[in-house]
Design a protein around this ligand. Sequence first.
Ligand SMILES: *Cc1c(COP(=O)(O)O)cnc(C)c1O
Length: 365
Amino acid sequence: MNIPFVDLKIQYQSIKPEIDAVFESILTQARFVGGPQITEFENAFADYICADHCIACANGTDALEIALLALGIGAGDEVIVPAMSWISTAETVTTVGATPIFADVLPGEFTLDPVEVEKKITAKTKAIIPVHFYGRSADMGELMIIAKKYDLKVVEDAAQAHGAEFSGRRVGTFGDVSAFSFYPSKNLGAYGDAGGILTNDEKLAKNCRLIADHGQVDKHNHLREGRNSRMDTMQAAVLDVKLKYLDQWTNARIERAKYYNSYLADLPVETPHIDDQHRHVFHVYVIQVKDRDMVRQKLNEKGVQTQIHYPKSLPELIPYQKLFNSDDYPVAKKLGAMGLSLPIYAELTREQQDYVIAVLKEELT
Ligand SMILES: *Cc1c(COP(=O)(O)O)cnc(C)c1O
């Protein structure tokens, strides 16, 4: 049996008439930038997350960078980020001229460890970027207490966590501002690059919008320098269609995660935590297993595609190697060595899942 890691083709087939209609109408009107589709999606997504403002932009990395710029973070500032994430979380801190400072993640949860965060705070610390990693919310209770105590800004990296919740509240609404990615394989994915910035702070929202559009408050009236970070009209229209299905798709992911958890319980693997305080939306389903590369190879030989998110912790990457000692981040480092992401999506059938489980059983017992 052949099981792809993600399958965006079947998802398209399931919503084809709606998507095709949207494409045809945009091609007919021939307006590819701006237009009512952008505002419609911004409003729909802000409503979905229960935030006051959404600013559409070109991708999730831009969303982070624009959020940091709008908060006034720059040269001389330190920003605490998790030692395990996609590089954007750290890279954007550097891009705005500040310094990323890594803190290790919690064992079993893989989100920022509040105790480690507090240890890294200095007089220069201006902000923290909790990542709702793999689709599981960071500990926003503890992290917000620390942020208040030390007067730090909080930028949530929610690129992997559309609709994830912490204590019944959607992520993206805890910090000052949050960044979402709509990269095609994210839980809510466009048909190209797209991103969004969410905030309840009106002034910050205005600032983000200015920065994303060359500082223009209206046509040819530039209040400051900014940049071009637009979401295409096509992408906004696609996302607006897909947003209606997001909860259905997310619930299917959660069901499949629970199914994996129950059938992998007896195997020598560590499975993701599922509990009532977190609505984990399973952007990826990551197990930890010994001899990970060999297990991955065996799965691959049997037709089961897997991925690694990510094979190296951030301190192990070339741009950070000289500045940090990766041994200081043992949880992140171990995850890089042992983490294995299994196929998970709404369209994954019971039969396919049983096959993945059977192959793992065969290899591990
Ligand atoms: C995908 C991702 C980003 C960046 O989003 P892009 O749209 O690819 O720029 C940032 N942070 C995390 C944690 C991500 O997974």
